[in-house]
Write a protein of this length. Structure first.
Length: 243
């Protein structure tokens, strides 16, 4: 049986956060594909952001969401899912982007940029850090087949709020044998393996079990996302822990 790990974190962001010792969570969602030759540099940049945490006062929470619309062009991305293509499409519509593309980075559901454009991403992060975030209390406990998560906010859920829990895998490597990246070994960070929408409960508390898969690696992170269904999926609050 796998060792049980219990992790508890407290993240808060409110007016006057600059005077606080807490870091403001900012979420970067990278829409990518192993079938896209332009994506590996964006995958690498995402990993660098995750490792270096280059923006003072900010906790960058990175997620790599592999879309499926490249899968007919010679290589089926093993991490792709149609739900990520649909999630990207919703952002595309909300942010008034003419077409979905890869690599696309969406910052806090509020700003978008080409995923390998570091200066533009830095600018988007600086804008996102100024937004007031919902203070969250987040705990995750891993057992052999599930991850039990508990999320709480003392302020209650804002009108139109939605909560998603993402399980993402780190230190992912893939040998691509066909398509635009054929012959290359690709590395990924924060690859979303599951994205679960929670049922909203009164009182600002959610507790549920997330299923895991024995084929996933050991290096997992769990991310709680509170977003606005009324405002194009903008991220209202986020928290992350590694397992």
């Amino acid at each position: 049986m796998k060792k049980v790990v219990f992790t508890f974190i407290w993240l808060a962001a409110a007016a006057g956060w600059a005077q606080s010792t807490e870091r403001v969570p900012v979420v970067i969602e990278l829409f990518t594909s192993e079938g896209c030759s332009s994506c590996p540099p964006a995958d690498q940049l995402l990993a660098e952001f995750d490792h270096a945490q280059p923006v003072p006062g900010v906790q960058l929470i990175v997620l790599s969401e592999h879309v499926d619309y490249w899968n007919s062009l010679g290589w089926i991305d093993p991490y792709s899912a149609h739900e990520f293509s649909e999630r990207q499409l919703r952002y595309t519509q909300a942010l008034h982007v003419p077409d979905a593309y890869t690599p696309q980075a969406v910052v806090d559901g509020r700003f978008e940029a080409v995923g390998n454009n570091a200066p533009k991403l830095q600018a988007a992060i600086q804008q996102a850090r100024r937004e007031k975030k919902l203070p969250l209390r987040f705990a995750a406990k891993r057992s052999e087949k599930t991850i039990h998560v508990e999320l709480q906010t003392e302020q209650g859920w804002p009108p139109g709020a939605e909560v998603f829990f993402a399980i993402a895998e780190d230190r992912v490597e893939s040998k691509v044998s066909a398509g635009e990246n054929g012959g290359h070994m690709l590395k990924h960070t924060g690859v979303v393996r599951s994205l679960t929408k929670a049922s909203m409960a009164a009182g600002g508390e959610i507790a549920m079990d997330l299923k895991t898969n024995g084929h996933w690696g050991e290096h997992l992170r769990v991310v709680a996302l509170v977003s606005s269904s009324r405002d194009g999926g903008k991220i209202l609050g986020a928290a992350m822990t590694t397992l």
